[in-house]
Design a protein around this ligand. Sequence first.
Ligand code: GLU
Ligand code: MG
Length: 646
Amino acid sequence: MGLLSEGSPLSWEKTKELAEHVRKHGITQFINLYHRLKDRQGDILKWGDEVEYIIVKFDHDKRTARASLRAKDILNTLNEREAANPDTVKALWRPEYGSYMVEGTPGKPYGGLISHFNIVEANMKFRREEVEQLLEPGETIMSLTSFPRLGCKDFTFPLSTPDPQSGASRSLFIPDEVIYTGHPRFRTLTRNIRCRRGEKVAINLPVFKDKNTPSPYIEDLKALGDRGESQSAALPDHVYMDAMAFGMGCCCLQLTFQACNIKEARILYDQLTPLCPILLALTAASPVHRGMLTNVDCRWAVISGSVDCRTREERGLEPLKHNKFVIPKSRYDSIDSYLSEQGEKYNDVPLIYDPAIYQQLRDADIDHLLAQHVAHLFIRDTVSLFSEKVNQNDDVDTDHFENIQSTNWQTMRFKPPPPNSTIGWRVEFRPCEVQLTDFENAAIVCFVVLLTRVILSYQLNFIIPISKVDENMSRAQKNNALNEEVFHFRKDITTQETPPQPKAQCQSAKCGSNCAPVYTAMSIDQIVNGKKGEFPGLIPLIESYLSGMDVDADTHCTIQQYLKLIQRRASGELLTTAAWIRNFVTTHPDYKQDSVVSESINYDLLRKAADIQSGKTPCPELLGHSVVSKTQESIPSAVEKIYPCL
Ligand code: GLU
Ligand code: MG
């Protein structure tokens, strides 16, 4: 989830006092690192996935499934192994926000060989098995985007109780034990985000209104210990959540790419941005929150609200008095500006930043696009500061820069090389929800990596106005968006240059920016599989790219299975994970058509999901008839490169 500094966290008051200090030195550190590294060339493609998991504890006699708070024990063992053999471990394990979560990555990044696609799934399988060996009876490691009954009574194992008066989040639903205890970062962030905001976070997701769902749907929060704050924050007909854990306690699938130089990283950052909402809709996997079916399919708005540290002034609810800016978004959200030349004219959302910081960056010879990007990240205050890290040498250290950078949790992240390392400029792709099986996760990973190769080789251009990407993000999260929504998507992706047209010529009634309507409305099916005579489709583009390559038979077969899955998901022939979960809940014999996902439904749902994960139970509606593919554990000797360097 970000930088894990060693040391002792400062109080919120002290952290707040040092906000300007962190900002000032963070900017200086960025300027210094930029000049050290801007000309770095010739890094090769390296990439890797990150999968976040939940440890679930089943009690088969009582028919319960709970979030098992044992991540710390499990991670201790895994991290000891890594420390003993740092160069040979096949997986790296890191803590995540929840005490029931672990995050795993391959031991080493993948590279530019096409045959690497044939080892992704095997490595994911290895990771799962590695954790499984450390589990106690009844426990299962699950790649589940949201734990359906997070925040319901008795949802943890061992049992724990919320402390609304003095817990880190003051939540009515989330006990402090749920926040990872092995590192102070997570509790500190929780407390500081709440303190900065001036009140608890408030997340309201529209409830899925079924036949017997009370209407209006209003909960009695006083009965849970509320003294009024929650009651006034909770909206009728919504599922209300009041803690960081509801969002940061969700799991995702992320990808990081190393580019050959800063220019290529900026291009990838921009080109992948319009694909974020598309991949979010395609991977939608979290329709249940706090034990209720909601009317959204994704985690995005939940996390966004869960770390929304903006004050009332910053949210535009009160006139600015103590704060500098009204800020339209949380620090977890979709990006606000493009970074490459092609993107520049599509930056149609006014970007908030401190002009003095922007000028400081410009004076240090940093171009407009990068300067405004960094200045925009730095509108945020630090929400976690460790005493040992306050005073730094800005010529070599980058912690203050990383402090702000790593707490801007956005759809894409533009990552400078870390100090003193062999790592180059990178971009992180962060929207995807995690899927139940390694097969699905590997399919998504390979699809996205192949897309980056297609984008660079064919010099494709997916850029649309950033305001349209924002609109797509909110559409992508809706219940059944995959089948019911259309998305703004660029019409002609083969040209880098689109002549700018004046506003008057814009044909889209809704287009408020001065861009030409370079985009049109398309369904996920059309975007992924193509629209006859109008748009080639992402999969056909990948197929055409692959047809020019010499791919070994085994890898070819694996890639084909992956593309097939994506194709069939996109066409609606197969269900999204979210749709599958919805179906399971609403057809369960115990379901009372009241939106409630009871303990018994939760138990059966997670058992079934665990059996699908392990391959014990086939699930053709989700996976088709493809079986878990037999990918390999080591890299075969094929040498086909997939690395077109600009
Ligand atoms: N768990 C978060 C999510 O689902 C991401 C945390 C991270 O940045 O690693 O998006
Ligand atoms: Mg993570």
